[in-house]
Design a protein around this ligand. Structure first.
Ligand SMILES: Cc1cc2nc3c(=O)[nH]c(=O)nc-3n(C[C@H](O)[C@H](O)[C@H](O)COP(=O)(O)O)c2cc1C
Length: 188
């Protein structure tokens, strides 16, 4: 039985001004924070002071690294840009490595089009694997995101709450299981 709260920050994966993904990220963080066994934060990658004249662990930023180190699970909220992920999201994720290993990750795809970011999710999966993260088999897909939220960022389609709940349930199970493994199961 694990008593210590799980820590699962939500990463908003774009720096685009006025991005709709921010509404999705806030909603998921708010649903996570309703669970007493979870601590969370919303990490806005636009606010991370990472240089762009180098890459990888060479530009590791102490605060982001510490959050990733503390994390048991990550939620990555990513818009679909030309069927891929925002370059800045990859730049930020690449700045850490050992911090992610054997931790759970769930992906929330956001798109203006009808496919709910399925293509960006598929493109992120091999990246997550290479980072040592363990992907869950549930996603959340915000399709036609401009209809899912109103101008003030309030959810217009309540069915997302049920989908987010299932996604978080799976993420938490995986986070618990992997924490047990990291702490109790020797690697060799
Ligand atoms: C550079 C760029 C490329 C985009 N490419 C796609 C795309 O491939 N498929 C899609 O459904 N929407 C695409 N969109 C629209 C986004 O899905 C839309 O802006 C949505 O609101 C999510 O992105 P946001 O969080 O930046 O608002 C693109 C938007 C930008 C800025």
């Amino acid at each position: 039985m694990q008593c210590r709260n799980l820590y699962s920050p939500v990463i908003l994966g774009t720096a685009r001004l006025g991005c709709m993904s921010a509404h999705a990220a806030r909603l998921v963080a708010s649903e996570l924070s309703k669970r007493p066994e979870i601590d969370t934060d919303l990490i806005d990658i636009a606010k991370l002071p990472l240089p762009t004249n180098d890459a990888g662990e060479a530009i590791k930023q102490a605060e982001f690294s510490a959050l990733m180190d503390r994390a048991d699970a990550l939620v990555v909220v990513s818009p679909e840009y030309n069927h891929g992920y925002p370059g800045l999201l990859k730049h930020v994720l690449d700045s850490c490595l050992k911090e992610y290993i054997h931790k759970a990750v769930g992906i929330v795809g956001v798109s203006a089009g009808p496919f709910g970011g399925t293509r960006v999710i598929q493109n992120l999966l091999p990246v997550m694997r290479e980072l040592g993260l363990v992907s869950i088999f549930w996603d959340v897909n915000f399709s036609s995101v401009q209809k899912a939220f109103d101008q003030q960022g309030r959810l217009s389609d309540e069915s997302y709450i049920r989908r987010i709940d299932k996604f978080l349930q799976e993420l938490i199970w995986m986070a618990r299981t992997l924490r047990h493994g990291r702490e109790q199961v020797p690697l060799n």
